[in-house]
Design a protein around this ligand. Structure first.
Ligand SMILES: Nc1ncnc2c1ncn2[C@@H]1O[C@H](COP(=O)(O)OP(=O)(O)OP(=O)(O)O)[C@@H](O)[C@H]1O
Ligand SMILES: [Mg+2]
Length: 230
């Protein structure tokens, strides 16, 4: 199918007014779910009607949201979030869930090569694809060709460097490879030792205004908003 027609079809199945942010990477453990929940909380705190769609069978994103719902029963001041578990096999049906929302954040499993038609369809519908990448040889070797392939399809794509340590030479080398492959988000995520702690209660660093490490997430959110025109 010609690309324009495929894009039109993908746009038809998603909620007309809803911006779609697809978070995808061929590598496991690169930070997809961490980014998904922080961006969802940023949107909720900004008063934007947002939904998270969890395409990963591991359901990391949905389980986090279930913990958050339990925490909110005792502490309702934490911003309310909605995350639904969905399936890549039925990705068109999943996109219909975005009706009535202004933003949908799509968390995906790592093995993209097993789900190429679905990822392509979601890519067509997406306003932006964020590709988190840890600055290691292994991650960059699979992320760089993936980013090039997405760009060749005309998808707006941006790499978010994760666990970045500017003091290492491997950081500079890996960043260089990714910059040559495609767009790189100007803000990176450093190694944040405590990032998993709030997650046990369904929270994020953004739920605590004085958290160390909050700024990069705020900047990435500002970047995403601008890029998708929200
Ligand atoms: N910047 C960071 N600093 C420290 N730990 C991090 C950072 N980013 C992610 N992690 C940790 O790395 C692990 C993997 O992160 P996450 O679950 O977001 O990756 P993922 O890409 O969703 O993985 P999967 O492919 O398995 O779904 C988690 O334990 C998370 O807490
Ligand atoms: Mg995940």
């Amino acid at each position: 199918m010609p690309q324009a027609a495929a894009r039109q079809r993908a746009v038809e199945v998603k909620g007309a007014q809803c911006r779609i942010l697809l978070i995808s990477s061929p590598k496991g453990g690169s930070g997809k779910s961490v980014l998904s929940r922080h961006i969802l909380v940023s949107a909720a705190q900004a008063g934007i009607k947002a939904i998270g769609l969890d395409f990963d069978r591991q359901q990391t994103f949905s389980k986090w949201a279930a913990r958050r719902a339990r925490t909110r029963e005792a502490f309702p001041d934490f911003a309310e979030t909605v995350v639904e578990p969905v399936s890549l096999t039925h990705w068109r049906g999943a996109l219909r869930r975005t009706e009535g929302y202004s933003l949908a954040i799509l968390d995906t499993p790592p093995s993209v090569e097993d789900h190429l038609p679905a990822i392509d369809g979601l890519g067509e519908a997406a306003d932006l694809i964020l590709v988190p990448a840890v600055c290691t040889q292994d991650d960059v070797e699979s992320v760089a060709p993936w980013v090039k392939a997405l760009a060749a399809k005309g998808f707006a794509t941006s790499v978010v460097l994760n666990r970045a340590n500017r003091r290492t030479t491997s950081y500079a080398r890996m960043r260089g490879v990714l910059v040559k492959a495609g767009s790189v988000c100007p803000t990176e995520l450093p190694q944040l030792e405590d990032i998993h702690v709030p997650s046990t209660k369904g929270l994020t660093l953004l739920d605590y205004s004085k958290s160390r490490g909050i700024e990069p997430f705020e900047e990435i959110w500002a970047y995403v908003r601008r890029e998708i025109g929200l």
